[in-house]
Design a protein around this ligand. Structure first.
Ligand code: CU
Length: 135
C-alpha cells in the first residue's frame, strides 16, 4: 500500500513537472519574437507610413502572416500619453514587414505599441517601439 501511494505520488509529480516545463517552453518561444522599426524617424505631417518587421530572434528571420490585433501610437515617451493619433494598417511591404499609416502632428518621440499573434505559437507578442517625428 505504501509503495503504491509512493508510486502514484511520483507519477503525479512527474506529470506536474512535464506540464510546467511545457508551458515554460511556450512562454520562452513567444518571447523570442519582437517587432523592430525599419526607420527610427519619420517626418511630421499627415499620412506618414511607418514600417516594422517582426523578427524571430532564434532564427534571425522576419516572420510573415502575424495577426496584429492591437495598435496604439501616442507621445508617452515625451510625457504626453494622452496625445494619441489614429493608426491604420497599410497594405504592401515585404513578407514579415507590417506597414501603418498615421498622422504625426507634433515633433518628438512617439510610442508605437503593438500586440500580435504568431502562427503556431501560443501567447502574444507585445512590443513598444519609439519613433521620432522630425521637421
Ligand atoms: Cu505631443
Amino acid at each position: 500500500m505504501k509503495t503504491l501511494q509512493f508510486a502514484r505520488a511520483v507519477r503525479a509529480a512527474l506529470i506536474v513537472a512535464a506540464i510546467g516545463s511545457a508551458s515554460t517552453a511556450a512562454l520562452a518561444d513567444i518571447r523570442d519574437y519582437k517587432f523592430e522599426l525599419v526607420d527610427q524617424s519619420v517626418k511630421v505631417g499627415p499620412d506618414k507610413v511607418i514600417t516594422v518587421r517582426l523578427m524571430n530572434g532564434k532564427t534571425g528571420m522576419a516572420v510573415p502572416d502575424a495577426v496584429i490585433f492591437a495598435t496604439r501610437l501616442d507621445m508617452a515617451p515625451d510625457g504626453m500619453p494622452e496625445m494619441a493619433t489614429k493608426i491604420v494598417r497599410e497594405p504592401g511591404g515585404e513578407p514579415g514587414s507590417y506597414r501603418f499609416k498615421a498622422a504625426f502632428g507634433m515633433e518628438g518621440r512617439w510610442q508605437l505599441s503593438l500586440g500580435a499573434k504568431v502562427q503556431g505559437e501560443t501567447g502574444t507578442v507585445e512590443s513598444k517601439l519609439v519613433i521620432t517625428a522630425q521637421k
